[in-house]
Design a protein around this ligand. Structure first.
Ligand code: A2P
Ligand code: 11C
Length: 346
């Protein structure tokens, strides 16, 4: 069978990484078609030994396409994903538009690949900070049942997209040249600063990013008894999200137990040797596929608790790689088809 794959948002930070990931993993696509807005139609993106010409995304562009990887923002996904599903094209969507929709599985292949079996044409890729956390927490949950999670994040600017990568770069240059840094993307300066503000504030005074971590974790782990509370912080790092995670479990796990469990866990690499000053850092995780876990310690203030430090490349495992892994899992499970193309029609 001749598999045709579209990348929607192919000129963006995640879209370009999706193309690189398809190429790097030798994804069995006979043809890959990049789409973006009318602004970039006709421009070229590198792929394999040559380049591909970007096409304009339209409602009727999905005919003949088997799988579409979307990363062009929530409103684009909301509008165009149903048209793709209607044309029989399976969407793997990296935006937050469809994640909490009951018709859409929300999948991390190491954690809940079986949820793909019930897909209706739109599959959601979780938020980057959720993905790396659940990859590490699922094996601990299976072993000892996690009751509560307290997470604080240190998130890279690439999570916001190319314009934020450019902004941090520009502000650092301006400040080293004694110029006033221009503030365009974030509400405050990001260079040499930390912003406890990612995505919009909600009525409960949490940010949307924080509540994504709460709700998505429960949906992916398929267990409403897991309580999550989060504080999400943007830091002046280009690539790689870091997370300080405290968990309380029902059964006791020693740090040694946790290290043994995590060293067997798919997608996880334990990097934890305080004596050698070895712990995960975004500068090492950038460009890597694994989720790195270190600083594994027992929480001495409660009976059954652990502290962990979890780092991953937010553009790879947090976005492009997870989406491509979902596509690979669909192929393995023979699920590259939309059974009922009317599910997302109004
Ligand atoms: P374009 O380059 O044509 O604006 P990032 O997250 O790095 O900012 O990238 C966003 C991606 O989403 C880009 O590829 C961008 O394309 C694409 N995009 C944004 N809005 C639309 C739209 N309305 N239709 C199609 N693609 C869009
Ligand atoms: C960030 N996690 O780092 C965000 C980016 O819901 O897909 C992804 C936002 C989302 O800014």
């Amino acid at each position: 069978e001749r598999l045709v794959v579209a990348v929607v948002g192919a000129t963006g930070a995640v879209g370009r990484e999706m193309l690189k990931t398809l190429e790097g993993r030798d994804f069995p696509a006979a043809e890959v078609i990049p789409f973006a807005s009318a602004r970039s139609a006709g421009s070229k993106v590198p792929f394999r030994d040559g380049e591909l010409t970007v096409r304009e995304l339209t409602e009727d562009c999905f005919t003949g396409i088997d799988i579409a990887l979307f990363s062009a923002g929530g409103s684009t996904s909301e509008k165009f994903a149903p048209h793709a599903a209607k044309a029989g094209c399976v969407v793997i969507d990296n935006s937050s538009a469809w994640r909490m929709d009951a018709r859409c599985p929300l999948v991390v292949p190491e954690v809940n690949p079986h949820h793909l079996e019930a897909h209706n044409g739109i599959i959601a890729n979780p938020n980057c900070s959720t993905i790396q956390m659940v990859v590490a927490l699922k094996p601990l949950h299976d072993a000892a049942r996690i009751k509560r999670v307290i997470v604080s994040t240190y998130q890279a600017v690439s999570g916001t997209g190319q314009k934020a990568i450019d902004e941090l770069d520009r502000q650092v240059r301006q400040m080293f040249n004694m110029m006033e840094p221009e503030v365009q993307v974030y509400p405050h300066r990001i260079a040499f600063n930390c912003l406890p503000h990612i995505d919009v504030f909600l009525d409960n005074d949490y940010t949307k990013e924080e509540m994504k971590m709460v709700h998505e974790t429960v949906k992916i782990m398929d267990d409403p008894s897991v309580k999550v509370t989060a504080t999400c912080v943007r830091v002046p790092v280009f690539y790689g999200h870091s997370e300080s995670v405290n968990i309380e479990t029902e059964k006791k796990l020693t740090a040694r137990d946790a290290r043994a469990i995590l060293s067997q866990a798919p997608g996880v690499q334990v990097y934890d040797n305080p004596g050698q000053k070895m712990y995960p850092m975004p500068i090492d995780a950038a460009g890597e596929d694994a989720t790195f876990v270190g600083r594994i310690r027992e929480d001495e203030t409660i009976e059954n608790g652990l502290n962990l430090w979890i780092v991953a490349d937010n553009i790879r495992k947090g976005a492009a790689l997870n989406a491509v892994q979902i596509a690979e899992e669909l192929i393995d499970r023979d699920l590259v088809a939309v059974r009922d193309t009317t599910v997302f029609l109004k």
